[in-house]
Design a binder for this molecule. Sequence first.
Ligand code: NAD
Length: 505
Amino acid sequence: MSTDLSSSNNGHDTTFVKIPTIKFTKLFINGEFVDSISGATFETIDPRTEEVTARVCKGAKEDIDAAVKAAREAFDHGPWPRLPGTGRAKLLMKWADLIEQNAEEIAALEAIDGGRLYHFAKNFEISASASTLRYYAGAADKIHGEVFKTSGEFHAYTLLEPIGVVGHIIPWNAPTALFFTKVSPSLAAGCTMVLKPAEQTPLTALFCAHLAKLAGIPNGVLNVVPGFGSTAGAAISSHMDIDKVSFTGSVESGRKVMQAAALSNLKPVSLELGGKSPLIIFKDADIDKAADLALIGILYNKGEVCVASSRVFIQEGIYDEFEKKLVEKAKAWVLGDPFDPKTQQGPQADRNNFEKVLSYIEHGKREGATLLTGGKAVGSKGYYIEPTIFSNVKEDMLIAQDEIFGPVMVLMKFKTIEEAIKSANNTKYGLAAGIVTKNLDTANTVSRSIRAGIVWINCYLTLDSDIPFGGYKMSGFGKDLGLDALHKYLQVKSVVTPIYNSPWL
Ligand code: NAD
């Protein structure tokens, strides 16, 4: 691994990019930026420098109540759910244009809030978020039910209606992409909403809310309340006036969200949770390409990715060659300031995750796995961790079972296709999986046998607005993306009427 941390500084400007002044740190409720009712604030920290970037207003239960009141009013009496789909689409398209026009500023906020690569965000991720908005804008005027041929003299049809006020709760690992994954389909459906960004990364959600206002999204439709999970988050899941919660985060918090929903108004919940995704490399694979896929699968976004290929299974016969190639590539991986165009991996998003990842690495060593490369923190400040690869890993080791959410890969060997399937499924999670092979039969057999919500064959991490995304097993339920996600925010009403001359008239 090569390291260049020389350009890290105090978080206000770098050799590479002039960092913008942070403009939005208040709660966004009913179209206005307001202080929290208690006046409380919290710090957001730059993971490159460990210094305070901004003080952000800290939403709590009473602020969620105010935001829900605004969203309820906008849903029950405002124009948004009553606009024709084309009307909503027009404003969503305008918002998407503003997102792209402000890509540099949003990308800079992603880097200083979550340690994410500035150039990747600017050139790819932000426009992908705008594309997600446009995808759902395109669907907004194609929401319709079905007509039924009933067994009696009745005319029956369904109406698809927006579900109401939605509560969105998102994590810190991809703040802008996850923000748009949640708000785009729910806005297209005609819902109004309250979104709570993660306490570690509140800045992009607030900035994008400001752009929503500029685009003309009516007041109260989108409310953004930064705050902590146990207070603001819990107030969303238990709120009697929220009609649905869409949650992305850990299994532990997802369970609490579901409990709170069950104990309040029985609102439907969708959960996008963690993963421990297998990547299975068969001996007919191109070893060089397979090593690239394995590396990007775990090191993209410093392993802070729910679908990270954290368990790599390699077929006997190519294990040693694959391992050698992988280690060579990992050693050449560039760790550094996320504003530097050469950097491939920035700092972990926050101290908690940084320490958690390092403690898993220590655990792996104690469990007897062989550390092939990496394993240490880098630099005297900032949350940088070397790309880390363990070999000789046993399936029951903690590092092979727990989601580490960092740049830590474990390698395991298999002999037969049956063994690979069994081992890949040996996890409580079921978010994603990858297969590398030239054999179509192998690819077909394995893709149908893996219990995961998405399977990549000879690629990894390929996501698109049109591809449904979500977990099996304890990785959650209820798809994000694709038209499945639009339907999460709609409910079906059946309407039945006797037809003319019916004996029932
Ligand atoms: P987390 O569950 O601690 O936090 C996620 C969000 O939930 C935050 O906004 C937090 O404030 C909120 N929260 C915490 N406790 C809550 C509670 N009791 N009630 C309501 N809200 C609460 O998760 P994290 O550790 O910050 O995020 C990483 C996790 O997210 C990983 O497990 C990762 O795999 C998962 N994730 C999943 C996906 C996916 O699409 N499946 C995508 C990204 C991240």
